[in-house]
Ligand binder design. Sequence first.
Ligand SMILES: O=P(O)(O)OC[C@H]1O[C@@H](O)[C@H](O)[C@@H]1O
Length: 296
Amino acid sequence: MEQTLLLAFEDEAPLARELSEALAVPLAFVGRHRFPDGELRLVLPKPLPPHVLLLRGLQQPNEKLVELLIAAPTARELGARQLLLLAPYLAYMRQDMEFTPGEAVSQRHIARLLAQQFDHVLTIDPHLHRIASLDEVMPPGAGLALSAAPLLGAWIAQRVPDGLLIGPDEESSQWVREAARAGGLDYAVGRKLRHGDHDVSLALPELPVAGRAVVLLDDMASTGRTLIGSAAELLRRGAASVDVAVTHALFNGDALPALRAAGVRHIWSSNSVPHESNALSVVPLLAQGLRRLLQH
Ligand SMILES: O=P(O)(O)OC[C@H]1O[C@@H](O)[C@H](O)[C@@H]1O
């Protein structure tokens, strides 16, 4: 990857450093100042090489989307000819249909917006539930979605070798199936109905869980209510232990203490989103995906 630079923001420095080392690509940071009125001032290194990889996870996305809208055209002005966004977490992908009349299908619009700014977008487990690939919302080949499920499955199998993997809802079946295959574990998937941000009802599979070490697996935890409801039900049914593993550790509000209070033993996540629960790294996965994308 000659004449390539990895650009990142200081709040993702550990992930950026690990990635720069894995790719053997130099790293530079975007200077960022937030003015009192909320506007942003960004400073990019000048000049830039022809190939620029911009690392920006889109958890807490709104301000970061503005950063990208400013940083991407600036990078091109400063010399970047090929611009790739590495967004380990891609926001707005869960708003994938018009649930109520007039509701914006944000998935489509945010994906399109990013594809207008970047030649490629590389991400992990972007909650593609109603569509099969990013090609349905971006120009074909512009987006690449990797999955951390096999990594999580192998990780879980080492720690809970006889574990039963449970996905809380139908959306999770794609990740749970892959993780179970990679770890050689049993799995099952429940059903969920969301009534509000913090209000979900769950129907877990009718399985004998008494005495079993159960690991709940999902793409992300936000309020944690999906996992909390599932964990409480599994413990009520006599599960010996309930652990939780997610790709994206959003853990908003009181999610983490509430999960612990519900009796969850271990909480593991990948470092796609920097968080105290991070237990395994997505850097090898990102590096592999990048090589694949840049070969084409
Ligand atoms: O229940 P919280 O943590 O708020 O939200 C995360 C859940 O909502 C779904 O879209 C995700 O796939 C996950 O199952």
